[in-house]
Design a protein around this ligand. Structure first.
Ligand SMILES: *Cc1c(COP(=O)(O)O)cnc(C)c1O
Length: 371
């Protein structure tokens, strides 16, 4: 049996007629940039998500950058984010001219260690970017308490947490803004790059929209210099077809995860992800910690099972951040987990047979090495 890490084709096939027709309509109407496909998607996403504003962007990296720029962050400032994430979370901080400050991860939940956050704050800290990694939200109660105490805005990186919840609140609706990616492999994925910003703050929404559209809300009336970060009509029309299915797909991911928990919970050499109380994990990724991880991954690969590592090197340990002068010892949890974490296949279309096969093969690997 072959179990790919993700299977974007399966989802396309399930919606083929609608997607093909949406694409031809956009072409027919030559609504390539701007227009009703984009504004309809923004409205519908905001309504379904339960926020006032959705500003579409070209990708999730831009979303982070745009919000920070519009919060006035730049040279001389510091922005706190987490040591284990995709590089966009920190790269965009540097792009504004500010300095990225990393905080280690919580060993149970893989996201920013809320107990280390306050110690990282200095007079120069202008923003905190928690990343709801793998689909599970960070401890937002504590993060918001610290944010309020120091009057530092929180920008939630929700690229992996569409429709995740904590205490009944959705990811991206707790801080000043939420940043989303619709990269094809994300829980809600376009057929190219795409992203958005959500916020309930009218002023910030207006500024972000203006900045992403060359600093102009009306054609040729450039109030500031901005950037070009647009969602195109084709991507918007594809996302619009997919949007009504996202909650069902999220439920499917949760049921796929439940199957993994059931089958893997008695394998001693594997640590399964822990879920916070009162939270809805949207399982963008199903990440285990495994003894002899690299050998296990190779064994699975030989048996037709694709896995991945998110991420093989913690951000401060990357060559790109050598100049900040951090030592691996400052991020013991992230550094230690680099060699243990393994992302198993996870998508709504994953069948019971496939999960049985993945779990059975993991079990075979450990039986074989211990015998
Ligand atoms: C995917 C991702 C991004 C960036 O999104 P793009 O649309 O690829 O630019 C940012 N942060 C995290 C945590 C991500 O996983």
């Amino acid at each position: 049996m072959i179990v790919p890490f993700v299977d974007l084709k399966a989802q396309y096939i399930s919606l083929k007629d609608e997607i093909d027709s949406a694409i031809s309509t956009v072409i027919e109407k030559t609504a390539f940039i701007g227009g009703s496909f984009v504004s309809d998607f923004e409205k519908d996403f905001a309504r379904l998500y339960g926020v006032k504003h959705c500003i579409s962007t070209a990708n999730g990296t831009d979303s982070l950058y745009i919000v920070m720029k519009m919060l006035g962050i730049g040279e001389g400032d510091e922005v706190i984010t987490v040591a284990n994430s995709w590089i966009s979370s920190s790269e965009t901080i540097s792009q504004t001219g500010a300095k990225p400050v990393f905080v280690d991860i919580n060993k149970d939940y893989y996201s920013i260690d809320e107990h280390l956050l306050e110690a990282a704050i200095t007079k120069s800290t202008k923003c905190i970017i928690p990343v709801h990694l793998h689909g599970q939200m960070c401890n937002m109660d504590m993060i918001m308490a610290i944010s309020n105490k120091h009057s530092i805005p929180v920008l939630e990186d929700c690229a992996q947490s569409h429709f995740s919840e904590l205490n009944g609140q959705r990811a991206g609706t707790i801080g000043i803004a939420g940043s989303f990616s619709f990269y094809p492999g994300k829980n809600l994925g376009a057929y190219g790059d795409a992203g958005c910003i959500i916020t309930n703050d009218d002023d910030l929404a207006m500024k972000c929209k203006m900045y992403a559209r060359h600093g102009a809300l009306k054609k040729h009336q450039h109030e500031i210099e901005g950037i070009n970060s647009r969602l195109d009509g084709l991507q918007a029309s594809i996302l619009q077809v997919k949007l009504p299915h996202i909650l069902k797909w999220t439920d499917n991911r949760i049921s796929r995860a439940a199957k993994y928990y059931q089958l893997l919970s008695n394998i001693e050499n594997v640590i399964l992800p822990k879920v916070r109380e009162n939270s809805k994990h949207s399982y963008h990724l199903f990440v285990i910690r495994a003894e002899r991880r690299d050998e296990l991954a190779q064994y699975l690969k030989n048996k037709g099972i694709e896995t991945a590592i998110h991420y093989p090197t913690a951000l401060p340990n990357l060559k790109a951040y050598e100049y900040l002068g951090y030592s691996e010892l400052e991020f013991p949890v992230s550094t230690n987990f680099q060699d243990k974490i393994l992302s198993l296949p996870m998508y709504p279309e994953l069948t019971d047979e496939m999960i049985n096969y993945v779990a059975g093969t993991i079990s075979d690997f450990y039986n074989q090495i211990t015998n």
